[in-house]
Write a protein that binds this ligand. Sequence first.
Ligand code: GAL
Length: 968
Amino acid sequence: MRIATTRPGSGTIAPRARLRSDAPEQSLDGNWRFRVSPSLRSAPADWRDGDTARWGTVEVPGHWNLQGYGSPAYSNVQMPFPVDPPFPPDANPIGDYRLDFTASAAVLAHGRRLLRFDGIESAAEIWLNDTLVGTTRGSRLTHEFDVSGLLMEGVNRLAVRVAQFSDATYLENQDMWWLPGIFRSVTLLARPDGGIADLFVRADWDHHASEGILDVAAEVDGGGVARLVIEELGVDVPATGSLRLAGVEPWNAEHPRLYDVEIRTGTETVSLQVGFRRVEVRDARLLVNGSPIMLRGVNRHEHRPRHGRVFDATVARDELLLMKRHNINAVRTSHYPPHPDVLDLFDELGFWVIDECDLETHGFEHVGWRGNPSTDPAWRDAFLDRMQRTVHRDKNHPSVIMWSLGNESHVGANLEAMARWAKSVDPSRLIHYEGDRESRYVDVYSRMYASHDEVREIGEEVLRPARFDATPAEAHRLTLPFLQCEFAHAMGTGPGGLEEYWDLFEAYPRHAGGFVWEWIEQGITVDGPDGGSRTLYGGDFGEAVHDGNFVIDGLVDADRNPRPGLLHYAAVIAPVVIDVDPGRTSVRIANRFDFLDLGHIRLQWSRVVDGAVTASGTLTAPPCGPREAVTLELPDAGRSDASAEVADVLTVEAVTTADSPWAGAGHVLASGQHVREGRPPVPPRVAAEATEEGIGAARFDVATGGLVRLGDLEITGPIVGVWRAPTDNDRDQGTDELDLPRYAERWRAAGMDRTVTRLIDVQPGLDEVVVRTRTGTPILDSAIDATVRWSAVGDGAVRLDVELEPNAAWTTEWARLGLDLVLAGEPLGADLAGYGPMHSYPDLRSGARFGWWHLDPSELTVDNVKPQESGSRIGVRDARIVTEGGTLHVSALDHSFALTVSRHSRQTLAAAAHNWELTPEGRTFVSIDLAQSGVGTATCGPGVLPRHRLPARPAAISLILRHERTPD
Ligand code: GAL
């Protein structure tokens, strides 16, 4: 076996379209005999014909290292072995696969037979009945071999030797797990004489004439012309040339109208679904069917936590339905063509797709791009082969609007050759490649993680008069629409700054949206010793080279449960924007669909005062076309008055009126609110004895001046806190501050994680106790003075008036400014009036609504695979925190606070590498934050925007605390 060439695979038939045919097929998926050797040199020579009695078995499709043969490994840009192209390392698992099978009579009935592999990582040599069939390169690409003369009646022996690493690894250094094996299906295909060898149907839409245009090229084996039949339209014509069709509807991602088409010869019928649409660039805008479109996208890897990149039809469909329910309308197939059936789902459900070639040479970045295959003629055919396999397989899918050359492969003539080839074969789609910064051979200007400022500048540059000194490349780039193929890195608590990005995308006509990195967290699930399961990331399998938890960075977790970032993103990209005017006389409804009017939604409103619905109804909306807005009057019953104690909230929601494939009627697309904060009654002070040991229900520790009990509730604090358990974003460096240490380091250097509080004095007065403390940082002299006035207000409640005053010595921004309390017992849940239900921070709050929310214990914080700060709820005015030890009722007298209730201390969270390392601490950690920093997206992209940072500053708040008995 040769695994150090620079060539594509060998022996395959020319790449062609994936077609649904009535010709016989036979799946060879199932249990195959299998063994693995540690290197090619040590792999036994008898793999094609030797006895397999002592071999094991593996499931095909599958990855062997997720089936007990070795273990997975994760690295991002770093190559897991020396950069020594085209050589893989000697230590290179070699998987030998064997299958003895009987070909079905239906397949054997045809003289021509193909053997198809839809995905083998990374290189394979294939033998049938002891004859070499060919080799593969391009792990996520289909390879078909003509086995007509080799396939026999009776038992056939298929032997496949797969190398985990090969020359191909240099072209497949995507940021994901190394998962070798035959991981997509293996199929035998009968090819009837006179059947359809290949087919390219281009379904164009002429938006001027409102007509569809079908351009059909059908290649019939042995010559001859097929027929094209569209029963629905009464079409039955020769399948050749161009055909105009009046009275058809166009396809778009919002209304994915498909037509069933059959291409028939005397011996074979293939069926496909076409959608009429035209993709264009005009005046630096991305247009489909003549209208500008907005890509509300995600980057989608194929991942299942126990099966890696092995496809499951139900999982894939459910996943796309979940995207649709969260307003996502676009997918970049990062960084390889997905399983072929996913394309059918994109067409059917309606997604704009950037179909990306299986190519990434990112590892060469670590050596200054020395030897990058993108520039080396020796690799040219391999590059072209990959592009050809991508385009041919998927060329009949209306959802695909752009071909992407690959990811992060720097620049070079081979990339340019791919672009030219693709454009010549398929001028109906745009070429995308982010690495071509000069945009010389692409049709869109694509970037990743460009900052907000840069996105603004890119939007503005095309609005200015053309520069006379622009180079031809610059002049070309200025004619292109802009998109971010990656932005807002969804790692850990985040991504912050989404709304600010989206405002820019909406503001500039050049901008066509973007794709959040990334859809799914690629954690690997294994059984834990306790019978439970554990999610693992890079390094957990003992890899010598790895990138830790950088693979855990999705909007959904590995089991596809939505994480808060998805909920906020859904609100940011909502296709309807609802703005209630502060006087509640009217509401403005903006339609951000690119094609649909608002005929399919209903507007419903409700007014909730202090948790009770006082009025509700439906608004009748006048017609509102795509990208238009209407203003509606609001009924009097929705207005606010001054009676609320907590809040008076008017919510207007846009809900669907009919079922769709992804959501039943009544699905909430978007909502808007007006919140009028209430005026809680100020409880009068009651007479109570004030001593150094407490006042009313509050009992103090004389040594610290802090609480030890409130009524019967064991409670300590409040302690002033300015730190948080660093998030992934806090631990990384934003692109906007490359010369500064990461926030987590700045906080550590400033001693913020180890503050020490000193009691200044306790002054009992007539009806209050004033406790003054100073919270300082070790090593340094930065400090915050706190003055807490305690008084009794009846009913066992106490009032605290807190004033916090920092000195001038703080050198770095804070994570937050809060009062920390610790309650006895594990948390049992919380009820709060504030923004929720998901967690929110100043720059990550778009999806949060003011409400009266109940949170179960598991909803208090986010179960991040790598523990970190999470769970804050902003704008809280009233909360009951229920623990095993009792219930603490906190209400704000003046302004709201952000509340975090956690079963773990910040120190514990910061020290843990995995969620499964955390054990119950038997306490409940409560923070009442007067101010907070945003979270940003520094793991890739900018950190916290300046407006969401928190420089040292004074603050004050008045609260009522009360112990309530926990209901049984
Ligand atoms: C990008 C890359 C992605 C992923 C991301 C970080 O540079 O294209 O594959 O690595 O960064 O998670």
